[in-house]
Design a protein around this ligand. Structure first.
Ligand code: 4AD
Length: 479
């Protein structure tokens, strides 16, 4: 028997608690917990590995639940009382061999009748920060970024995050977009907002005044400019990757490192062509997540943010309204709400304004279009309207979060773009960007969606730090 499990390479000495049946390794099918629960292997010898989520000892039997991250549900293991051992504790990792049986208890379809239990790694439940069967608040588990994936709530979140990522890739694939790996290190500041992390090597081999790339280089704040390059050949492109902003903010919707989904489309004529893609992508990804992560999403909608499911259903069934920035300012000015920030034409919309507008329009996502020209970056297309001068830009605002997407038509007219770059003092660095307008320019536009804010919106999670595996924000870079 000892030899049978000796192949496991773990640092702790392997412990076999008990074994009775003779095991031929080849006949014990290795199963994930989700496969075992699907009960296709009933009556067969199987091997399951995972972490103990609860243990209950009775006179004749010991019961424990095994979870391996493949589903929210754990697999109940039933072992004879003499197989019990002090090392079978909440949090320890084990490998169990046995036979899958139909469970007499309605709570689970199957259970694993153990013949052999091998504790792979022990866990002292007194020191372990999570307690058995306790539903710890998200703020509590956030203190343990190295361990919180062992909780139900965070493992559900991570499965949903993974499924939503796949759904977004599928949406773009199914709609003829080419994925572009835009660079992480770049020499441009796409947004011009100055929230850049500079990249320089450290160590004795590098002198302080010599730049590694010969020019200042930064972590990307957006892949938009690289997508604009590619949209000039592929028409429809997208990217989905990490994005960095040195925002000195402790807010519940800002991170220094977040994931952004960005799309760029050529030969579009109006903002409507863009808002259609934003709305379709949002709905298609969300429907996919709701259909494929039923239990995980339920956990959030029932226990973390009760009542949020109705909001999500309304988002999916209603068409997102479109209002102009000018109409938005009128709504804010007419409201009896007291806002902290001014609501005059020309002022940026703050989170409090965005949340109010969403509520005002029925608590569903809304598009706000045609922002003041001076509020938007140099690349936004000039609407050439006066006296209120606007740019063809659009934000998607969503319940509970505020801004989820920002996008615009891009200025494709060489003379107008050149003049704007000169006006903002950027003409030296962007000759390549002007080239795109010189050689086969086309009307085009695109947008970026903050992936963590998307997850907050669908799950109703209040703090952005609870929807990313390892949050980075000012004064915090744990692990
Ligand atoms: O509105 P933003 O700044 O747009 C751009 O970067 C465009 N260049 C995108 C494009 O057109 N290709 O950012 C887009 C979205 C925001 O709407 C927001 O959801 C998210 O990215 N975002 C953040 N998410 C978390 N933490 C931050 N610090 C964020 N900053 C922006």
């Amino acid at each position: 028997m000892l030899q049978a499990v000796g192949r496991l390479s773990v640092s702790a000495a392997p412990r076999i608690l008990f074994g009775i049946r003779h095991y031929c390794e080849k006949t014990a099918t290795k199963l994930r917990v989700s496969q075992a629960l699907a009960d296709a292997e009933l009556g067969k010898n199987v091997k399951v590995q995972g972490w103990i989520r609860s243990v209950r000892a009775q006179k004749n039997n010991v019961f424990f639940h095994l979870n391996d991250g493949s589903s929210l549900q754990s697999l109940q293991v039933v072992a004879r009382a003499e197989m019990n051992d002090p090392s079978l504790t909440f949090g320890s990792s084990v490998e169990v061999k046995g036979v899958l049986k139909k469970s007499p208890n309605q709570k689970q379809p199957v259970e694993l009748e153990a013949d052999q239990i091998h504790v792979v790694g022990e866990c002292n439940p007194v020191d372990f920060p999570f307690k058995v069967k306790e539903r710890h608040p998200l703020e509590y588990i956030r203190q343990f970024p190295h361990l919180r994936c062992r909780t139900n709530a965070f493992s559900s979140l991570l499965r949903i995050r993974s499924e939503a990522t796949a759904a977004i890739h599928s949406y773009f694939k199914n709609n003829g977009f080419v994925q572009i790996h835009t660079p992480i290190i770049t020499s441009n500041d796409c947004e011009g907002a100055g929230e850049l992390f500079e990249v320089e090597p450290s160590g004795p081999d590098y002198s302080e005044d010599e730049k590694f790339f010969s020019v200042p280089a930064f972590l990307t704040v957006s892949g938009q400019m690289h997508l604009e390059v590619m949209s000039g050949a592929f028409s429809r492109v997208y990217t989905f990757g990490p994005t960095f902003r040195a925002e000195n903010s402790q807010s519940r919707r800002h991170l220094a490192e977040f994931f952004m989904v960005e799309a760029e489309i050529s030969f579009i004529q109006s903002l409507e062509d863009l808002t259609k893609v934003m709305e379709d992508m949002f709905k298609s990804a969300t429907e996919h997540v709701l259909a494929h992560c039923v239990e995980d999403v339920d956990l959030f909608h029932k226990h973390v943010t009760p009542g949020h499911r109705d909001t999500v259903d309304a988002m999916l069934t209603k068409t997102f309204p479109v209002i102009t920035y000018t109409e938005a300012i009128d709504i804010l000015k007419r409201s009896s709400e007291i806002f902290t920030f001014p609501t005059d034409w020309g002022c940026d919309l703050m989170t409090e304004h965005e949340k109010y507008l969403v509520k005002h329009c029925g608590n569903i996502p809304i598009f706000v279009t045609d922002y003041p020209y001076d509020l938007k970056p140099f690349y936004a297309r000039d609407n050439q309207d006066r006296p209120r001068h606007t740019a063809a830009a659009v934000d998607l605002l969503v319940p509970g979060v505020g801004e989820l997407c920002g996008g615009s038509l891009r200025e494709e007219r060489l003379n107008l773009l050149r003049a704007r770059l000169q006006a903002v003092g950027l003409d030296d660095n962007y000759s390549w960007y002007l080239d795109l307008r010189r050689f086969g320019s086309v009307p085009h536009g695109g947008f970026g969606l903050g992936f963590e804010r998307y997850l907050q919106c669908v799950l109703g999670v209040d703090n952005i730090k609870d929807v990313i595996p390892f949050p980075r924000f000012s004064n915090s870079c744990l692990l």
